[in-house]
Design a protein around this ligand. Structure first.
Ligand SMILES: Cc1cc2nc3c(=O)[nH]c(=O)nc-3n(C[C@H](O)[C@H](O)[C@H](O)COP(=O)(O)OP(=O)(O)OC[C@H]3O[C@@H](n4cnc5c(N)ncnc54)[C@H](O)[C@@H]3O)c2cc1C
Ligand code: SF4
Length: 520
């Protein structure tokens, strides 16, 4: 196999996959290096027991926290990255999120770009990832220059009731923007719709390729171009630089049990925020003694992952909803009448399944006969609550002596999150739900809070000043001339909405820059 390429992209998730899609038509010779394989299409894709209880698809990887405790991160290594499992709620950050925002727990810093800079790329990403939604109904959303190309996913009757009851309470619920290959009529998928509107959306991979994930939407089309090559099971161990220290000239890969070396004019890292930082740290050399591109000392620092909670409420009437993830609430995103700081965002989760209800039981019910489990599964209504966590340089990725990840996390800025949970709890009665919330931790992953790495971001931040950022405004390393990073690690702050659309939009923005650079 040829070992020199125009571009090497390491990682095929939201960032790397989207970049590959955008660069494929340039005719440049592109090598994609992915540590995982294609996810097998099999019945276990839709088994709650296999996915959540047995964690069949989770990486078999052991990290540690700063005190040496073992962490099993909720992370997946496949072509398409974590988007194979995501809930595909594809939100734009709010206009205010790009500026400085005061929180109860501190300051959420400003980005070096504005909402208006990102807006055209948000449109492109929404169209590419088939986002179904409606602009102009989320009270906190900034204007969009183009409509979504697909209408919102319809609510099933119980969720429509919730929607109406929330409106009666004076709130502004809106349809959750979803990246999904669903074509429906009267609430039912049409004959040719890829998505069949089943109960396995959110946390499950899609057996029938109905979810707009990075493999389906980006990698498969990119591979149709003869100039694009994908190497799976190809773990990038290290990047080496030439003798100026300013150019990556060797990409060292463990593939099929042996070491292989590749090189490219441009190298793009997109391994996810934790693994990208780890790769840079592993790549320390004479010119970069503290890690590649780390003259600022910031590689691995300011790790964020949102303050998240997953809850199950119990409906007084049965909730036979199959596809539940269709509604969101942002009324408390920036604050509440009794709290001047941001609280965060609420959205529906995919419906609880029997095995996950049962596996969650010990934390809140000592004993439950079968009829109780059946009752719980039939009556559950499930919510996801996200609040912003703030960048803290002490929250960081480092390596132990075996080059394994050590993750340090000091949970902060929780007051707004606790208040948001209380707000939701306070509404339950009016929504015809029993007035208490039960943990649904399995969705988040085990070893919560530190194992909950789903929304990881911020470890290789971008900026204008090389002293306070690792990447420049185009996501090129300040210290290295041919090295870019396009996954979630460039985030300066993370707002309180799901991160993927911003990762995808940014990858399209960086692709535009690279196309100009490469053709120049
Ligand atoms: C259960 C779950 C639900 C989620 N729901 C949502 C949601 O509804 N909305 C949303 O916006 N986000 C959601 N997310 C988060 C979303 O999946 C991530 O934000 C997104 O995938 C991150 O993109 P990325 O490019 O940074 O990394 P990833 O998508 O994780 O891609 C990184 C890729 O790099 C590969 N890789 C890592 N290290 C190496 C190496 N050394 N060599 C070669 N390859 C490597 C990995 O295998 C992977 O393919 C969810 C995540 C999970 C787990
Ligand atoms: S709801 Fe649609 S996209 Fe989700 S798993 Fe089922 S068929 Fe796939």
């Amino acid at each position: 196999m040829t070992s020199h390429y125009d571009i090497i992209i390491i990682g095929t998730g939201a960032g790397g996959g989207t970049l590959a899609y955008s660069l494929a038509p340039t005719g440049k010779r592109i090598l994609l290096l992915e540590r995982g394989d294609f996810l097998p299409r099999e019945q276990d894709n839709w088994s709650a027991n296999a996915v959540f209880v047995k964690t069949k698809y989770q990486a078999d990887e052991t990290w540690h926290d700063k005190d040496g405790n073992v962490i099993h991160p909720g992370i997946q290594y496949y072509v398409g990255g974590n988007t194979k499992f995501y809930g595909a709620a594809l939100f734009r950050l709010r206009r205010e999120d790009f500026g400085e925002v005061k929180h109860h727990g501190g300051i959420s810093p400003a980005w070096p770009l504005t909402y208006d800079d990102m807006e055209p790329y948000y449109c492109q990403a929404e169209h590419l990832y088939h986002v179904h939604g409606e602009h102009g109904v989320d009270p906190t959303e900034a204007p969009s220059s183009q409509p979504y190309r697909h209408p919102p996913v319809s609510h099933e009757p119980r969720i429509q009731q919730l929607f109406d009851a929330l409106k009666t309470e004076g709130l502004h619920p809106f349809p959750l923007p979803l990246g999904i290959l669903l074509d429906e009529e009267n609430g039912k998928p049409k004959r040719n719709s890829a998505c069949i509107r089943c109960d396995a959306f959110d946390g499950f991979p899609c057996m029938v390729n109905g979810k707009a994930d990075a493999q389906t939407i980006c990698i498969e089309p990119a591979l149709k171009h003869p100039n694009v090559t994908l190497l799976t099971n190809a773990y990038v161990e290290k990047l080496d630089t030439d003798k100026t220290g300013r150019k990556v000239d060797r990409v060292i890969v463990r593939h099929g049990g042996r070491e292989e070396i590749y090189s490219a004019d441009t190298v793009v890292i997109s391994c996810g925020a934790i693994n990208s930082a780890a790769l840079l740290l592993r790549s320390a050399n004479l010119f970069h003694p503290n890690g590649l591109a780390n003259s600022s000392g910031l590689v691995g620092r300011n790790y964020m992952r949102h303050n998240n909670s997953a809850f199950m409420a119990l409906s007084r009437q049965p909730n036979p909803t199959v596809f539940q993830k269709t509604l969101a609430i942002n009324d408390f995103y920036f604050g509440a009448p009794d709290f001047a700081f941001p609280l965060g965002h609420i959205q529906m989760l995919g419906k609880s399944h029997g095995p996950t209800v049962e596996a969650n039981l010990p934390s809140w019910l000592p004993f439950a006969p079968n009829f109780a489990l059946d009752y719980l599964a039939l009556h559950s209504v499930d919510f996801w609550i996200t609040s912003e966590d703030l960048p803290n340089p002490e929250n960081r990725v480092t390596l132990d002596k075996n080059n394994q990840v050590v993750l340090t996390l000091n949970v902060g800025n929780m007051e707004g999150h606790h208040r948001l949970v209380k707000k939701l709890e306070g509404m339950l009665d009016a929504l015809d739900l029993h007035p208490y919330l039960l943990d649904r931790n399995l969705y988040l992953g085990k070893d919560i809070p530190i194992g909950g790495t789903a929304h990881q971001n911020g470890t290789v931040r971008f900026g204008v000043d090389p002293a306070s950022s690792v990447l420049d405004i185009n996501c090129k390393a300040h210290d290295v001339d041919n090295l870019y990073v396009v996954d979630a690690s460039f985030f300066v702050s993370c707002g309180a909405v799901n991160p993927s659309l911003t990762i995808m939009a940014n990858a399209l923005r960086v692709a535009e820059h690279l196309k100009m650079t490469l053709s120049g």
